[in-house]
Design a protein. Sequence first.
Length: 572
Amino acid sequence: MHLLKRSVSIIYNLRFQSSFLGSFYTMSSASLEPISLPQKRPLGRPESTKPPKKIKRKYNKKKNVDPTSPGGVLGFEIEHLCKEHGLSLADISNPMDVILNDSSIQQKYHRIVDEVNVLSLTSNGDGIALIDGPAETNTKKQVAIVPFGLPGDVVSIKVFKSHPLHVECDLLKILSPSSMRNDSLVDCKYFGVCSGCQYQPIEYAQQLLLKRDTIVNAYKFFAPILTASGKLPDMGSTVPSPLQYSYRTKLTPHFEIPRRKTQDFQKPSFGFGSKGRPKFRPEIVDVNSSIVDIEECLIGTSIINTGLSNERKKFESTYNNYKRGATILLRENTTPVADPPVETGEGSRDGTGEISKAEVELPDGSKQLKTCVTEPRQIVTEIINGNKFQFSAGEFFQNNNSILPDIIKYVQDNLKLDPNGENYLVDAYCGSGLFSISCASSVKKVIGVEISADSVKFATHNAELNNIENCEFITGKAEKIFADIQLPRDQTSIILDPPRKGCDDVFLTQLSEFKPKKIIYISCNVHSQARDLEYFINNTSNGFQYRIDSIRGFDFFPQTHHVEGVAVLSLI
């Protein structure tokens, strides 16, 4: 009983409290420029001999940071690094209030450091290193985050921003490259300044291994009881994407518009966010903006890049019409090539006013016509395994069509449905019906649940579009769905595909009480997935009756740090 209480306490603290780490080292630093305010003296009176009052600046700490967010995960990674090297958090902490209020200390902390050994990668794809604390300070060591650094690199860096438990750095020069690094693989002229990709210099097979490591660490950090108890299966290899470039069917280039435009307002950069202030690739044009001006994105599909070119040219004459915070949507739309031709609808237009189109031939010899949609409310079509899916261009749909047949087959295979029995399926967080419709032929009935009424309408429409009659879609929060589902539990499987934040305790408790025979949990955030499985198995009424059959990653975004996780659970 004592052990059970301790386990519950561990889970409670992990899920509901923004731990000291989760909030301490992810806090954004304020500007480090010292403030001095001019003092006015009354007219006709002598100048005061008192020195101006110095305003002491305090470090603003962010509270309630989600531990499974990138900043929260970094905290676990920093703690793990310290343990490996025999350091305490006190050994690496930075005195933020002192740094903010003493320019001489700022200069000591924000410095160039040579001969830095990159030790490992964060789950965000950044290098992480330990450096000596600055001279004449009490800081023993510092954890340095090095964008584009790889394990084994020896580099020169410049520290430019301090946080309580780490510092941000620019990668100035690679003094000795890692055996993992092969810069001849880099074809993108923006790599090293654009924040979109992290792994371009890495062989693809090695990228897949790194993503497997991300999942292993996610369960180490967020499912410690499952890890220690031996209830986790061996982590499966990461399923590769058939396309490593030209796969993204959606991009959203953005730009900076000031709150108040002046007469000399110039055309802003049009592209994607910059990453640090790197200097390690001399051929890269220096970026003085938070946006990298981009003419081509190598991970975008051909028609998406055509749309990018069209919209860039249009932006040159219309940028003054945009308001602060605006972005441009580029979404691929697919129609079959047919005789007579199928209407493609509206799309991005070239300089002559014609809608840009691209014809693509598939392995089976059929052809598809691609256009690029820029209006968020316009309906677009994707064709996956012969099924058509329509949805609003601005709504969520997976952005790498090439890997979707693989993950659909994996889900179908692991449902292990008896072809001679009566099987049922619940698709929580069903979106526009991708998994519901793809798996409908194997079951007697599918119930899809989605909080968005528009998504439910599209899912219902998509079932009709594909002549599927055994799908029912309902609007409602996934946390309350089981009260409305009247299906035989011992014959029902459940697919979960929640947003990045994962599932809450109410949903997981109800899922356990419903007691389906099989659960397949698909996640774009393996850290929240690990946290949820830890809670489900150890802290719900029937969770202990489930076995985790397999966990493995799917590489939806090659050249980046992102990995999708799929966990399969069976009722014992």
